[in-house]
Structure formats: structure tokens, C-alpha cells
Design a protein around this ligand. Structure first.
Ligand code: GRF
Length: 224
């Protein structure tokens, strides 16, 4: 059996996306395991969720570092010590610098609660409502040095309904986040995600995953 992709999840808040990933790992739906949950907020609900699941945690206070780069170096050291292969930002409220990205090239992903490139940044559910958009949603993307600008892996579209508040819309978007984030991680774990500039392509599943090779082949129009 191939070894599992080692995930380091960075979270500053409640951690419902972390929970979705924990649940998918527990149910054996991911060829991945969370080896570390790292936070900059000792009160993060995500920490409690990690502890409940028996996952190792780390707390690094960004205020202890004069420069963003120094904070990032400390995180990189901690993630490397845990042999993290893919960094998953799940509500991590700090901007990541080149120092971090260079340590994990194309190995840092984020989820954003809007349909990028529309509404990057913060308070985006309210922005989408105020703008009068008919649809919003969520986007999983690779992280680059911009804010929510990296190549897009997967998106889910959620309609904005009359009377929606930022909270009601956020709730329906979160439901989709909890589906697409584990999915993106699994696609990466299967080695099916390829990046060429801004374009991300998803390779079809490997045909060699079945238990047999059949000859004559299966593409002869017979339905069984
Ligand atoms: C989510 O809406 C995510 O898209 C954004 O931050 C929020 C985190 O929520 N990046 P949670 O902590 O996973 O519940």
C-alpha cells in the first residue's frame, strides 16, 4: 500500500474545515493523514478539534517575531520536523511570505469562501451580497505570494438567495467547503493534480487501480 500523504493543517479559528478533513481521514476516504495542526491562536477551536482526534498540535505566536519572514521560518521548521508534505491552510489568518512558499513549492493550498477571482480578501460573503452577485461559492487554490491569487484546483458554486445575510450565506458555502477541500486533497494525494502556469489539470484516475488487466480490453462497446 502506498504511504499516506502527510498533511500539516494551519488554522486560526473554529476549524470546521479541519474537522471535515479529520472525518474524511477517519473514514478512510483520504490517502492522507494529518500529522500536525499548527496555529497562531491558542484559543482556536481547531486546536481542541485536533486534540479530540489525537492529532499533534503546535502553537507559534506571530507576535513573538519582528518580521513576517521570521514567523514563517519558525513555522517551516516545525512543519519540516513533522515531515509535512502538503500544507493545508484552513482559516489561517496570516499572510504567507515567499520564505514559506519557497520551502513548500506548490505544496501549500488554501480554501476561500468566494468564487475567485471575485472577492478575494476578507468579509467576502457580505461583499458578494452587497454587490448583488447571484452566485458565490468556494475555491480551493494553490497559494502564491498574492492574496487569494494562486492557481485554482476546484470550485463549488452556491446561489445567493433573497434575504441572505453574510451568516446564512457563509453557512451554505461552508457546507460545500467541507466537500471540496477533502476532494482536492485526495486528488493531490493520488498525484492527479498538475500545474502549468495558472492552469491546473486533473488527470483521470489511474486505470491500473483495478485488480486485473483484461484482454481483450473493455472498450469494445459491450455494456458489462
Ligand atoms: C472558511 O470560510 C474558509 O473558507 C476561510 O476561513 C473559514 C474557516 O472556517 N479561509 P473554519 O475555521 O474551517 O470553520
Amino acid at each position: 500500500m502506498p504511504s499516506k500523504l502527510r498533511l500539516g493543517v494551519l488554522a486560526s479559528g473554529g476549524g470546521t474545515n479541519l474537522q471535515a478533513i479529520i472525518d474524511h481521514c477517519r473514514d478512510d476516504l483520504l490517502d492522507a493523514e494529518i500529522v500536525l495542526v499548527l496555529t497562531n491562536n491558542p484559543g482556536a477551536g481547531a486546536l481542541e478539534r485536533a486534540r479530540q482526534a489525537g492529532i499533534k498540535t503546535a502553537y507559534i505566536d506571530h507576535r513573538d517575531y519582528a518580521a513576517r519572514e521570521d514567523f514563517d521560518s519558525a513555522m517551516v521548521e516545525t512543519l519540516r520536523a513533522a515531515e509535512v508534505e502538503l500544507v493545508v491552510l484552513a482559516g489561517f489568518m496570516r499572510i504567507i511570505t515567499r520564505t514559506f512558499l519557497d520551502a513548500f513549492p506548490l505544496r501549500v493550498i488554501n480554501i476561500h469562501p468566494a468564487l475567485l477571482p471575485a472577492f478575494p480578501g476578507l468579509h467576502v460573503q457580505q461583499q458578494a451580497i452587497d454587490y448583488g452577485a447571484r452566485f458565490s461559492g468556494c475555491t480551493v487554490h494553490f497559494v502564491d505570494s498574492g492574496v487569494d491569487t494562486g492557481p485554482i484546483i476546484i470550485q463549488a458554486v452556491v446561489p445567493i438567495e433573497a434575504g441572505d445575510t453574510a451568516e446564512s450565506l457563509a453557512e451554505r458555502i461552508l457546507e460545500q467547503e467541507h466537500r471540496v477541500y477533502p476532494r482536492a486533497i485526495q486528488l493531490i494525494a493520488e498525484g492527479r493534480v498538475h500545474v502549468n502556469g495558472r492552469q491546473v489539470t486533473i488527470a483521470p484516475p489511474s486505470p491500473a487501480t483495478g485488480k486485473a488487466l483484461i484482454n481483450p480490453g473493455l472498450d469494445d462497446g459491450i455494456k458489462i
